[in-house]
Design a protein around this ligand. Structure first.
Ligand SMILES: *Cc1c(COP(=O)(O)O)cnc(C)c1O
Length: 424
């Protein structure tokens, strides 16, 4: 359930998120009439009286219940800051979440969330592959804190995931199911609804938390909370930021869970600063425009690649065949195929490298979701750390190239790929 403010409605009807991105949660009257929310570049906030300071701290530390019309006062920018709070209000609108917490990076969001809900002796299951930083956190860092983790392949059936839970539960108490969908770089989808059913079935006194990293398709094309996820995570560095100029992360969900995450965020100090929040608010104004333009461009690019004789295979959600079990999951979970395309050139690493080195317009860089198109070689770059055998099992071959399609004219993106493929 959303806790949208009265200004989010017109004549009793909720306004659309894209309409609200320009001003929701911000009152010009409080900032000299400035139409845009200024950057509150301040570490601390002045109390009007000792009594006020005391009241603010009572709420911050949960020493008493919040009054019906009482708002949490501003104390110190590690706890709260106007830019962060307004940005968080806006972020809730796309996913129809009750609450949001913004972080200094996607990894800060993921690690803080895991530390909030995992305890020594717990086990966590997760889809595979996941983002490299997340993979390291799961396999190298969580075990140091007494948390054991078990993977299941993205695309696995409910029965296979249930069997992995069975194995995990013989090692400890299941506390979290962590899912990244679509999986990078293969675009394989995880059935969020199946994971939600399993999380409920295995919840006892403590709820098994289903957390979904929705960086690739969200918040426009997939909304995991609507499919039973408890928490949604983002690297806001990608589509939400969208201009390759900011690192940030988000966690969204029910107020009760986000309150706990924010408690950990305050102490771990993983929040974003006001300047980052300002940049993200500016980015949110064009989020739908950018993601729609990128998605449309990607359709043209994927069609071009699928027809090219030097391309062996294209991994793109807009080209799933009807007899593929993924087709049904796609139609249940996603409203558009996004703008991430992986494809294999005919040949191997040498051919993939020749293509990458011949690109002019498309920049060779990791990261994704920005206005400019980017290309990279997963096997030797983003997934270089994955065990080579596992990498092949995941379908990440030496011939694979991943592209994040930007907002340029699609004919120019295709022309660049065409001339580069000619040199392969
Ligand atoms: C980039 C990314 C992350 C990590 O985010 P940072 O902002 O780089 O910390 C996590 N998950 C996915 C899917 C990503 O693409």
């Amino acid at each position: 359930m959303s806790t949208r403010k009265p200004e989010g409605y017109l004549d009793g009807q909720p306004l659309h998120p894209e309409t609200l991105m320009m001003g929701y949660g911000y009152h010009p009257k409080l900032s000299q009439g400035a139409i845009k929310c200024p950057i509150f570049q301040t570490s601390t906030f002045v109390f009007e009286s000792a009594e006020e300071g005391k009241a603010f701290f009572e709420l911050a530390y949960g020493l008493r219940k919040q009054g019906p019309n009482e708002e949490m006062g501003l104390i110190y920018s590690r706890l709260n800051n106007p830019d962060l709070e307004i940005l968080e209000d806006r972020l809730t609108l796309w996913d129809e979440a009750e609450a949001a917490a913004v972080f200094a990076s996607g990894m800060a969001a993921i690690s803080t969330t895991m530390l909030t809900f995992l305890r020594p002796g717990d086990v966590m299951i997760h889809s595979e592959p996941v983002y490299g930083g997340t993979d390291y956190l799961i396999k190298q860092i969580l075990p140091l804190f007494g948390v054991r983790t078990f993977g299941f392949p993205a695309g696995a059936s409910e029965d296979v995931i249930a069997a992995v839970i069975g194995r995990a539960e013989s090692a400890g108490r299941l506390a979290m199911i962590f899912v990244e969908t679509p999986a990078n770089p293969t675009n394989t989808l995880v059935d969020i609804e199946a994971c939600a059913r399993l999380a409920r079935a295995h919840s006892g006194e403590r709820r098994v938390i289903l957390a979904v990293d929705n960086t690739f398709l969200g918040p426009l094309w997939q909304q995991p909370l609507k499919h039973g996820a408890d928490l949604v995570l983002y690297s806001a560095t990608k589509y939400i930021g969208g201009h390759s100029d900011v690192i940030a992360g988000v966690c969204l969900g029910p107020s009760e869970l986000i309150g706990q995450v924010k408690g950990f965020r305050t102490i771990l100090g993983t929040m974003a600063g006001p300047n980052t929040a300002f940049l993200l608010m500016r980015s949110l104004e064009t989020l739908k425009l950018r993601m729609t333009s990128q998605m449309k461009n990607a359709r043209y690019v994927a069609d071009f690649l699928a027809d090219h004789p030097k391309v062996a295979r294209v991994h793109y959600l807009g080209q799933l065949s009807e007899d593929d079990p993924q087709h049904e999951v796609y139609h249940r979970h996603c409203s558009a195929p996004g703008a991430m395309i992986s494809f294999e050139v005919v040949g191997g690493e040498a051919e993939a490298f020749r293509l990458l080195n011949a690109l002019h317009l498309i920049k060779m860089a990791v990261s994704l979701g920005s206005t400019e198109s980017l290309a990279e070689h997963p096997a030797s770059m983003t997934h270089a750390d994955v065990d080579p055998e596992e990498r092949m099992e995941m379908g990440v071959t030496p011939a694979m190239v991943r592209i994040s399609v930007g907002v340029e004219h699609p004919e120019d993106i295709i022309a660049d790929l065409r001339q580069a493929l000619d040199r392969v």
